[in-house]
Write a protein that binds this ligand. Structure first.
Ligand code: SF4
Ligand code: SF4
Length: 170
């Protein structure tokens, strides 16, 4: 286990966050050890498309980005395209969203979230509006790799991996 002083999120971290981190180090005004040097709100909170969301998102089918028209003004999730914005930390400058691509979570979760992938799957499940078990199975099957998608950047820190490592120690 590596003792980490601070985390700078992103793949790769954006220049303004690097600059903020360097400034904080030079001025000695750093947050407590172990902090993530980025805002703790979610990407949805700062997303330009947030206002396009309807009062209630009701997902009945999921569409893959390369197989559907993606309106550059509309929230991906409201259009049925998986976007990890609700569970992902803000601060990237909406890099993917600005390029009309949904978020894949490279900034990791907001403070206090123990498992980024589980948090996202929970958020997604709360938006699905299907009661029929067969229809639900179809919807799940329409995601080619649900765990790979939800844990694209967070599998090493997931609860599953931590449990496995704990077992190996015993
Ligand atoms: S789900 Fe994605 S597109 Fe929709 S508001 Fe959140 S970050 Fe923006
Ligand atoms: S939109 Fe998501 S995946 Fe893209 S840079 Fe921002 S946090 Fe990373």
């Amino acid at each position: 286990m590596i003792d980490v002083d601070y985390y700078l999120p992103g793949c790769a971290p954006p220049p303004d966050l690097i600059m903020d981190a360097v400034t904080a180090i030079l001025s000695g005004e750093l947050p407590p050890k172990g902090s993530v040097l980025a805002p703790s709100k979610s990407l949805c909170d700062e997303c330009d498309r947030n206002d396009s969301k309807p009062d209630k998102i009701e997902i009945k089918e999921l569409k893959r980005p390369h197989l559907t028209f993606m309106d550059p003004e509309k929230c991906f999730l409201a259009e049925g395209v998986i976007c990890m914005g609700p569970a992902t930390r803000a601060g990237c400058g909406q890099r993917c969203i600005g390029a009309n691509m949904p978020c894949r979570g490279c900034f990791g979760p907001t403070d206090g979230v123990k498992d980024h992938g589980a948090k996202f799957l929970s958020a997604l499940a709360s938006l699905v509006d299907i009661n029929d078990p067969e229809e639900m199975e179809k919807l799940v099957d329409s995601i080619p790799d649900p765990s790979g998608l939800s844990y694209m950047y967070s599998l090493p820190t997931s609860l599953l991996t931590r449990k496995r490592l704990e077992k190996q120690k015993v």
